[in-house]
Design a protein around this ligand. Structure first.
Ligand code: NAP
Length: 259
């Protein structure tokens, strides 16, 4: 399917690997020129070279921590205007509800709520002026179905979801569609790390932890970054112009709910 976005310009955050990279690759496959970001210079530069070589689009890497004002300023100095914004950052660590301090909550909210809000505030006004834009925020299935050990994530991402619910309806009349993509378990370093934590806590192997988790997913397997990226690219397409303020769950059916 032609997504109708060839020649558009996108900022994809936290994209040297995992879900962010999946989104960057799918947009590149649709002919979108990219600015991609993550913290580790060697990794983001390597990823930029690989995507540019594979898809023949322009890919500019920016090494910066997107959760800090300084990091965002560095990224926005390179991409002052974008047609497409994909917000993403690493997830907060697991833990116990009694142990998290105010500082832990502030850090999680800065990383997984306010950094996305700041990027939308920086880039969406010019999209509105041009009458076209797409924003996809990578959140989590924990917004719909909380994961108790990821309480910091549950808290911050639910806050972002509430913000987007209102803001997306305020900008839709100017041709800007803002939506959230909610990953269930996908085969990335993040999932490997979480499986490692479960293995340690339960005294089982990493492979056993994965097998146990796969058994909770109706499809019987983890999703891939390619699956995830394809959905992101569709939400950024011309065809997605009537999709506004939605929370799209990509979880292989793991959340057991009627709607
Ligand atoms: P991943 O495979 O660990 O990749 C994370 C990517 O983000 C890397 O490119 C990393 O590069 C970059 N990154 C991390 N922190 C950053 C920061 N502060 N600033 C800029 N870049 C940063 O993770 P993932 O699985 O793709 O997950 C992406 C997001 O989806 C996370 O928030 C995660 O919690 C959430 N999520 C994932 C799953 C899953 O199953 N994978 C499920 C639900 C939710 P550097 O380390 O070099 O910065």
């Amino acid at each position: 399917m032609d997504l109708g976005i060839k020649g558009k310009r996108a900022l994809v955050c936290a994209a040297s690997k995992g879900l962010g990279r999946g989104c960057a690759e799918a947009l590149a496959a649709a002919g979108v020129d990219l600015v991609i970001n993550s913290r580790t210079e060697a990794d983001i530069t390597q990823t930029a070279h690989e995507i540019a070589a594979k898809y023949g689009v322009s890919v500019t890497p920016v090494a910066a921590d997107i959760t800090t004002p300084e990091g965002r300023a560095k990224v926005l100095a390179v991409v002052a205007q974008a047609d497409i914004l994909v917000t993403n950052a690493g997830g907060p660590p697991p833990g116990n509800w009694q142990d998290w301090s105010r500082d832990d909550f502030i850090k999680a909210i800065d990383s997984n709520m306010l950094s996305a809000v700041a990027l939308m505030q920086a880039l969406v006004p010019a999209m509105m002026d041009r009458g076209w834009g797409r924003v996809v925020n990578i959140t989590s299935q924990s917004v719909k179905s909380p994961i108790p050990a990821l309480g910091l994530s549950n808290t911050a991402r639910t806050g972002l979801t509430g913000f987007v619910a209102g803001m997306s309806r305020q900008v839709a009349g100017s041709g800007v569609c803002v939506n959230n993509l909610l990953p269930g378990i996908h085969d990335t370093d993040r999932a490997t790390g979480l499986d490692g934590g479960v293995a340690k806590a339960k005294g089982i192997t990493q492979a056993e932890a994965r097998t146990q988790r796969e058994a909770t997913i109706p499809t019987g397997a983890y999703g891939t970054s390619d699956d995830f990226g394809a959905t992101c690219a569709f939400l950024c397409s011309q065809q997605a112009r009537f999709i506004v303020g939605q929370n799209i769950l990509l979880d292989g059916g793991a959340v057991n709910a009627t709607i």
